[in-house]
Design a protein around this ligand. Sequence first.
Ligand SMILES: CC(=O)N[C@H]1[C@@H](OP(=O)(O)OP(=O)(O)OC[C@H]2O[C@@H](n3ccc(=O)[nH]c3=O)[C@H](O)[C@@H]2O)O[C@H](CO)[C@@H](O)[C@@H]1O
Ligand SMILES: C=C(OP(=O)(O)O)C(=O)O
Length: 437
Amino acid sequence: MSQITVTGGKPLKGRVDLKGAKNLVTKAMVAALLGDGPSVLKDTPFISDVEIVSRLLQLHGVKIEHTEDGVMSLDPSNVASARMIDIDAHAGSSRIPILFCGPLLHRLGEAFIPGLGGCHIGDRPIDYHFEVLRNFGAVIEELENGTRLSAPKGLKGAKISLPYPSVGATEQVLLTATRAEGLTELSGAAIEPEIMDLIAILQKMGAIISVDTDRVIRIEGVKELSGYNHRALFDRNEAASWACAALATNGDIFVGGARQQEMTTFLNVYRKVGGAFEIEDDGIRFFHPGGDLKPVVLETDVHPGFMTDWQQPLVVALTQAKGLSIIHETVYENRFGFTDALVQMGAQIQIYRECLGGTACRFGQRNFNHSAVISGPTPLHAADIRVPDLRGGFSHMVAALAAKGTSNVTNVQLISRGYEHFLQKLTDLGADFTYSE
Ligand SMILES: CC(=O)N[C@H]1[C@@H](OP(=O)(O)OP(=O)(O)OC[C@H]2O[C@@H](n3ccc(=O)[nH]c3=O)[C@H](O)[C@@H]2O)O[C@H](CO)[C@@H](O)[C@@H]1O
Ligand SMILES: C=C(OP(=O)(O)O)C(=O)O
């Protein structure tokens, strides 16, 4: 298991450059399965979720090349048969296999899906996905080591309403409806920037998709789609992570490739907390301008709200703000487990079952610890920590980099699910650490 020994207390300063978003790139790779010809995806990062999806596509016969500078070509011409995929070997830590359903049903009439990975930040059921697929006419059978899907009468457009604007379920609809017969109308859709970029890709392939106000997406099914050529949307979650790292370590980080528009909500909060930023043509500079950081009350939400994936890095910065901050996590019921390690390092964080600081959410009156009160500023001291999940792991690393003394952080490989060249970036920012496998 990989381990980093970090000597903290040194501000992170310098430049990091982003590639495409993990939450878009992996879905764009699956979309290539819908095309008759090859696709090209630019700015594809070398992260482990991309590796996992590459392996799954290759198992199905897709030819993939990925150059050093991030150009990925995907040729699905030889996709021949559905495969039962070994859960441990291939689904790994990724949630993407569930999105293979629609494209494989269109292409092969059958799909086998292994159990899913992803961060353990809640129960993360896939009931909406299956309900959506049944609406299109899919038949679903649970097997011992996964799920088998078939479409004996083909896939037909449907009127679908999601009980919650789930990102994955919206993508499931898009990837299935584009080649289904007839019209699909999805209400209650998620409208994250990564979903809009997936829609742009599908449109390049020949799909007809319109996005109305009030979360309604309409798709007119077409018989065939071509390949695409696309530059992936930048990773706004990685951008927000480095922005928080700059605040927590009293640093100054230029994030190349970050753009204002997809980060408006984050930038508003960053400014309220006392962080400074300068928006340039080729990226955003995030820095601690000196003085006290300020506490904040916020709740995470679906887009255009404050993204849940920003919450964990922000909490570390808030341990250095003067006063009480309140965070109400409304997207996942169990995303505060990572704070135990921060408390061990000297942070004052209390977790509550109640919906604090905002409106009641789906998790209120239930036994979920989904609100946090952070009291600061608290000096952080070194500790031995184990990375629990992707963003929690990033936060732990930042806490260790901000803390006085030498920390040992294990299970660090999880961070490579979503941060390309993580160790190189830390080196470029002047971090003091050693790494061992
Ligand atoms: C690979 C990827 O893109 N991951 C992102 C995606 O995850 P993912 O697509 O898994 O997240 P969803 O938007 O689907 O999940 C949101 C909520 O809906 C619930 N739900 C979802 C599906 C379902 O069938 N039943 C159900 O109850 C989930 O448990 C969760 O509470 O969107 C999340 C919310 O922006 C982000 O945090 C993740 O980084
Ligand atoms: C929760 C996340 O990812 P995933 O859905 O891939 O687990 C994340 O990126 O923070």
